[in-house]
Design a protein around this ligand. Structure first.
Ligand SMILES: NC(=O)c1ccc[n+]([C@@H]2O[C@H](COP(=O)([O-])OP(=O)(O)OC[C@H]3O[C@@H](n4cnc5c(N)ncnc54)[C@H](O)[C@@H]3O)[C@@H](O)[C@H]2O)c1
Length: 358
């Protein structure tokens, strides 16, 4: 069992039975327990939980439709209604069992319900293990605007048990690796290349590498829990990644990490254009990422749609788009405010690149 101190709770990495999860459940022995799952974690992860831990035998299960397009207010509303119907109180416990969609939305639901109800995260996707379930950001989308509504709120505990990854589809596993690559790109060249190497054998993830990635995120979050400064560096690849994910939601449904991977290539491209990153570093990053993550074909309408989303990004100021830019592989700057025209030019570059390749 590995323990990492987060802000005011602990991350535990190892088999759930060997963690402090059973003890935690005992401390809620008189409380109601509610498990929030989506269709896939219901089918693949739930039975282990309720058959292994007696304290969960009577737990209520709330089943949500899977997919990012369901991280929406109408679904959150229906969960609040269900919690009310089950007479869940402030001292009861919500258990989020799922990927980042469930930990983001379940955390948000718990934090607003009766002004705050205890919750824990049991991430079941790689992306949620290395990123979404830790750090206290919870929220939902507003139509195509990613995480437009949300609160900072920490879980009581996070239990990371990699045996849940056995049923995770490969595409979703790769999605998690994208956030790990981001952790490398913003903090350590060696880590970036170690993760790339591991991505050649995605199902054989080493726990040591998982830990290194979690530690990058946790260290940054502890320095700046409410994202007033340095924590913004974790948004590298996300300004554009969110626009890609939001724009294609309901059509191509590009998984979060894949959108972030493409966003990282594009933001690295902007880093070169802005005179921060060397062409040599860019030429290492671009092919390495695009070998694993497919750039979607971009039409003029797609570009317009993404520009519209970027123009309303929550980090913008005075009409400029706030973007992280790399200075080298392993170092990144925050709070670069770029005009919309830079993004238009960048999208046209990648569109023309595709035309030339075809
Ligand atoms: N709060 C944060 O700091 C933070 C950070 C990064 C990403 N996010 C958010 O996380 C979300 C992306 O997370 P995600 O990629 O985990 O998405 P997800 O929760 O939608 O999971 C991806 C898919 O994998 C399935 N799945 C999950 N675990 C499984 C398992 N063990 N077996 C089989 N199927 C399984 C899900 O049902 C879903 O279909 C986005 O909403 C993103 O905005 C939040």
């Amino acid at each position: 069992m590995k323990y990492i101190d987060a802000i005011d709770y602990q991350l535990e990495i190892g088999r759930l039975e060997e963690s402090s999860f059973p003890t935690l459940l005992q401390s809620y022995s008189k409380s109601k327990k509610v498990i929030i799952v989506d269709e896939n974690t219901h089918d693949n992860c739930l039975s282990y939980l309720i058959t292994t831990f007696d304290d969960l035998a009577e737990a209520e299960v709330i089943l949500l439709p899977a997919g990012e397009e369901n991280k929406q207010m109408s679904i959150a509303f229906s969960v609040w209604e269900a919690l009310t119907e089950y007479q869940v109180g402030r001292n009861d416990l919500i258990i989020n069992l799922g990927g980042g969609m469930i930990t983001d939305m379940g955390g948000f639901i718990a934090s607003c319900y009766k002004r705050g109800c205890d919750f824990i995260n049991i991430p079941t996707s790689l992306l949620a293990m290395v990123d979404a379930s830790i750090g206290g950001k919870t929220g939902i989308n507003l139509n195509q605007f990613k995480n437009q509504i949300g609160v900072f709120s920490n879980p009581k505990s996070v239990f990371i048990d990699t045996s849940f990854l056995q049923t995770l589809p490969l595409e979703e596993l790769e999605s998690g690796y994208a956030e790990m690559l981001k952790h490398g790109l913003i903090s350590s060249k060696d880590l970036f290349f170690e993760i790339l190497e591991q991505l050649e054998h995605p199902t054989e993830l080493s726990e040591a590498l998982l830990l290194k990635s979690i530690e990058v995120k946790n260290k940054i979050v502890k320095q700046d829990p409410l994202e007033n400064g340095w924590r913004k560096v974790l948004n590298f690849g996300h300004t554009i990644g969110h626009a890609i994910e939001g724009h294609f939601m309901g059509t191509l449904n590009i998984p979060h990490g894949h959108a972030v991977a493409i966003g990282m290539v594009m933001e690295a491209f902007l880093s070169v254009k802005h005179g921060k990153l060397s062409v040599a570093d860019y030429e290492e990053i671009e092919p390495a990422i695009l070998t694993h993550y497919k750039m979607p074909n971009l039409s003029d309408e797609d570009i317009q749609g993404m520009i519209a989303l970027l123009s309303n990004d929550k980090k913008n100021s005075e009409g400029r788009i706030n973007c992280c830019l790399l200075t080298k592989i392993g170092d990144c700057t925050i709070d670069n405010y770029l005009p919309e025209s830079y993004f238009m030019e960048m999208f046209m570059h990648f569109k023309n690149l595709q035309i030339n390749l075809n």
